[in-house]
Design a protein. Structure first.
Length: 146
């Protein structure tokens, strides 16, 4: 009997995700949906994805694909998850995947897709914009007297 696909409890795009030693709690740091680059192509190496899947008992491949605006795969990460002992349809499975450095060829909309058991389970949007961040503060806007 074929198992149904898992239920997605969480699918987050972030700068870091790790499990604390001792407590087993997950730390999700720096969630985002937009990246800014001063020029393109732009290589970024700070993407992690965190997922929490309900009713997932393993024995399947989990995939994370980053796609450009026309649907072409820019980066793909796949992992075979073995059968999870003592799991049940009520069990939760949590995993963080670091994404290797990604080269984004142009500004625009990208998608990050989570798939398992040959089914897309969740999609997150990632927007890349061209520009730079200014760290200068206008004294009039900050309320300081000049």
């Amino acid at each position: 009997m074929k198992r149904p696909p898992p239920q997605v409890n969480a699918f987050l795009v972030c700068e870091q995700a790790f499990q604390q030693a001792g407590t087993g709690k997950w730390c999700i740091i720096g969630t985002f949906d937009t990246l800014m680059a001063s020029e393109f192509p732009f290589q970024y190496s700070g993407i992690h994805v965190f997922m929490s899947l309900g009713g997932f008992m393993g024995g399947a491949t989990v995939e994370v694909d980053i796609r450009d605006a026309v649907g072409e795969i820019v980066m793909a990460v796949r992992g075979q998850i073995p059968e999870i002992p003592h799991s049940s349809p009520l069990s939760n499975f949590e995993l963080a995947l670091p994404i290797p450095p990604v080269e984004f060829r142009s500004a625009g909309s990208y998608s990050i897709e989570l798939s398992a058991m040959d089914k897309v389970l969740a999609v997150r949007s990632l927007r890349l914009i061209e520009g730079s961040v200014s760290l200068e503060v206008d004294p009039e806007e900050s309320g300081e007297d000049g």
